[in-house]
Design a protein around this ligand. Sequence first.
Ligand code: XMP
Length: 512
Amino acid sequence: SIIVLDFGSQYTQLIARRLREDKIYCEILPYHASIEDIKAKNPKGIILSGGPSSVYSPNAYEVDKAIYKLGLPILGICYGMQRIAVDFGGSVIRSDHHEYGKSELHIIDVGENCSPLLKDCDDNAIVWMSHSDKVDRLPEGFTPIATSANSPYAAIADESRKIYALQYHPEVQHTEEGYLMLRNFAKNICLVDEKWKMEHFLKEQIKLIREKVGTGKVLCGLSGGVDSSVVAAMLYEAIGDQLIPVFVDNGLLRKGEREQVEQVFKLNLKAPLVTVDAVDNFLGKLAGVSDPEQKRKIIGHTFIEEFEREAKKHDGIKFLAQGTLYPDVIESISVNGPSEVIKSHHNVGGLPDWMDFELIEPLRELFKDEVRKIGLELGLPESMINRHPFPGPGLAIRIMGDVNVPDLTILREADVILLDELKASGYYAKTWQAFAVLLNVKSVGVMGDNRTYDNTICVRVVEAVDGMTATFAHLPHDLLERISRRIINEVDGINRVVYDISSKPPATIEWE
Ligand code: XMP
């Protein structure tokens, strides 16, 4: 296997996922794992992940330096590169130009003497950077193998010791040849040859669920989205009628969504769905609250409260199942300690101690597209599988400022127009996510002969594969024009539509 030592990067699990795609087994350990623990896994190579801190900060994360004496190939990424540079006697400085986002990679030798790490990679491919420190002086034995505009040491290597280090992130989707570099490292440099398969995951999880649940009952929170639907289908396979699926209408849903969810669920899943009407509870608690994190926390707590209330109506419920995915986990809490909290995803963070439920989260280590594959294996229909993601906190995080019924109504109307137009033009299927945001920014307009002073809708449409990185969708201008015209003409209270042209990073997909 390959061991990834985690320094707290947002992208650590992506490294694992890229390797999984190549059927290579890999395990993530915290950066401070002892040499004994690492040796016990019998790895063929080690990857040092990125991380948010600086190698020169007073409490900089260090590895057990004995790993460098194992004679194993090592690949350092971003912080991992800086760690290697310093540990081998080079130096790192704070860069004048922070590099976030795209950069072109120039491979120094594309010929016969090309580094095995970059073998078959296209020259001038786009790589994704996200760093402010950089290597200043190379340690002895290392040479650069690729450069970028701001980094003469975008990739370095000590070929004789098989130690490699990259300033960019090969694991993110938008690094064009990144998957090939990771494959080169695992297959050609570490020489691993295991065969790991996704189907194994499903069988293994169903077995684990059966063992864990025994004769107890499981309440499964359903949103109508892919993740919770897949969890419900998995649970039904595993425990049949011991499953109680619950759909909470929190008043933050899109237009017609409650009815749609109820219908789709009836057609495709065998367990009878319980719908809880909690609109007043959610909107009451959110009244007057405009801080994004506070909104997210209130919604998370209120969901738990509603699940708890529902659970009391049934006998023997011991578990709560949720469709938590890896990106929700990584951006909300720091799994192994060091990552930064980006936003509190509503379904992460454990349960309050007064609740005696245990959590079941079978998708916790997976990404959306992996979940979609499992959904298809479980026989769920494509329409359900290919729905765009919709966040647990719903429209609340798409209204800047406090959440109230008039604003929800405006946003719902704009959103439905956007989705209609995208479906009609075929762009719904081609994009990861599309939604409207109510900015609560007023501006002056003219309609007919009258002055207006109304609100602004921002249209956000992004392309992504796993939601960890994203670029705004390059929609045709005539489509954007149609969307804008219809929203302004058909939605009362809107006189301006803008299009969000930010990527993730440095923006996030949602606005809050
Ligand atoms: P961000 O905004 O963090 O979003 O770039 C990445 C993906 O996650 C979705 N998202 C959520 N999903 N609960 C969820 O179930 C949440 O609290 C949540 N917040 C964001 C977002 O829609 C995007 O697909």
